[in-house]
Design a protein around this ligand. Structure first.
Ligand code: ADP
Ligand code: 5GP
Length: 188
């Protein structure tokens, strides 16, 4: 009989400087392991080509987002690169009641807020092998203007400083190696 794969926590958060490969890694893990599910966040940032509302994010206006804040709908929320991003309590509660393990693609402050509220959460910080590679990846992704790339790079030193508070730091140089290392961290 095939033994069921168990994960070390029901809450696993991934943070990384924009362009490191967080989305790529999270999407790979969710496809490979049916027990894993991503928490779809709400955001006020404009949709990128190919992004579908309700799958990549719940795309909200600033006014709608602030109404959710006032209703206390968020487990955590932050303003990142000038836009709001937040984790909806109802989304996470539903996955947990379905006994799934939830993966969060979240900024460093959001990840630390989750750890504060849920100490059993595992926080993984992904790093690019070096800064120039990050710029190359962001340019190759073709989703950002130069202004938006600059805004993302300005946050780098703050993100690296915060990474000291994470449970694990994984370097995403060769994608397959980074994935193997993450599997060793999260699988029981
Ligand atoms: P993030 O979600 O961290 O902003 P993405 O997952 O969108 O980053 O990745 C940014 C770009 O880098 C994408 O075009 C992706 O295909 C590419 N990428 C991801 N991991 C690697 C890697 N290990 N080596 C080279 N390119 C990568
Ligand atoms: P992007 O615009 O590239 O999709 O995401 C920008 C940043 O916002 C990334 O660091 C991403 O992880 C973060 N982010 C996405 N969703 C959330 C969320 O719900 N809460 C917080 N705090 N950050 C988020």
């Amino acid at each position: 009989m095939k033994s069921e794969i168990k994960f070390k926590s029901s809450y696993i958060a991934f943070s990384a400087p924009s362009g490191t490969g967080k989305t790529t890694i999270v999407e790979y893990l969710v496809k490979k392991y049916p027990h894993l599910v991503t928490s779809v966040s709400a955001t006020t940032r404009p949709k990128r080509p190919g992004e579908i509302d309700g799958i990549a994010y719940h795309f909200l206006s600033e006014r709608q987002f602030e109404e959710y804040i006032n209703k206390g709908a968020f487990l955590e929320y932050e303003k990142v690169h000038g836009n709001y991003y937040g984790t909806l309590k109802a989304t996470v509660d539903k996955h947990i009641s379905d006994r799934r393990t939830v993966l969060f693609d979240i900024d460093v402050n959001g990840a630390l807020s989750i750890k504060n509220k849920i100490p059993a959460a595992i926080l993984i910080f992904l790093k690019p092998p070096y800064k120039d590679e990050l710029i190359t990846r962001l340019k190759n992704r073709k989703s950002e203007t130069m202004e938006s790339i600059d805004k993302r790079l300005q946050r780098l030193s703050y993100e690296y400083e915060m990474s000291a508070k994470f449970d694990y730091v994984v370097i995403n140089d060769k994608l397959e190696d980074a994935i193997k290392e993450i599997e060793r961290i999260i699988i029981d």
